[in-house]
Design a binder for this molecule. Sequence first.
Ligand code: SF4
Length: 375
Amino acid sequence: MKYLDEYRDAKAVHNVLAEINRTVTRSWTLMEVCGGQTHSIIRHGLDQLLPPEIELVHGPGCPVCVTPLELIDKALALAARPDVIFTSYGDMLRVPGTFVYSETGVQANDLFSVKSRGGDVRIVYSPLDALKIARENPYKTVVFFAVGFETTAPANGMAVQQAAREGLDNFCVLVSHVTVPPAIVAIMEAPETRVNGFLAAGHVCTVMGLEQYRPLALKYQIPIVVTGFEPLDLAYGILNVVKQLEAGTCEVQNAYARTVPAQGNLPAQNVIADVFEPCNRAWRGIGVIPQSGYRLREKYVKFDAERRFPDVGAMKSVEPDICRSGEVLQGLLKPDQCPAFGKQCTPLTPLGATMVSSEGACAAYYKYGRIQEIL
Ligand code: SF4
């Protein structure tokens, strides 16, 4: 197959679903790691077409959703500074930080609201756009919000390398990078986990390859199938996990070979290794997962926004109780099981990042009609 619409062909998807039906004999819980996969599953109703024995739960692979509240609050503080131009991908602009309590009531606090109050917040499509803004504005500090999994780390790392080469000292990054394998460890180590197998995120593996998943499959005796994002990709990934579960095997399989080479993208891995080092990282709603993030290596530390603005770097925030996105992100709760879903929490009045992110599970349930089930 060559074209994208061939991976959306209903007949081909139904053929794979029929094979899943013929294969399954017992109940299994599968987790799709990536929020992009969650949106595709909900958009196409794949979870509702599966046999009742198979439950899909949604994983933590939405970078916007897992960016900790504290880093959102730091971004808001930096963006409000008159000496800063704050640059970010557009999907971070509506992520709520700590709510502001005033005489007029509770107000959401996000980058859009900072911009409406006069902050210089600019949407960029690449960290290289942020570098260009830094060159054009030598008397301001340009901060780029470096958010994401292993997928965005290479481009963000290259921007830091480029800034270092050019001596662009008015550029820095607010780093909130996270990585997938430690999240799988955290999910499998949680006593309440129900996950029997994983659909690994195809784009992350395009960068990082397959090898880092083999020890996890072995240790936790779980099949991990690298899966794409179209309905046929997802159905095929699910079929391969179910086949392994029914056969009692626990291997890492590549069901997205048209994109994912086994070794990943070595030049991209080299950029990550040069610029970043692993660190403990807090995930929004979940807490600190050991060695699950990247921070800048010491040789690039002058580009670290938290070091450059120590008052911002020292900020602490407390997660509100009402949002249960941490449970959603660990597959312990479906979005429509959250009491606030579709009531206090909607895309216009989000209480958590999972309701505003284009990869958020709560946003997917709302956008694709699961809201009607509770009305
Ligand atoms: S529905 Fe809203 S409050 Fe509930 S978990 Fe999702 S984002 Fe949080």
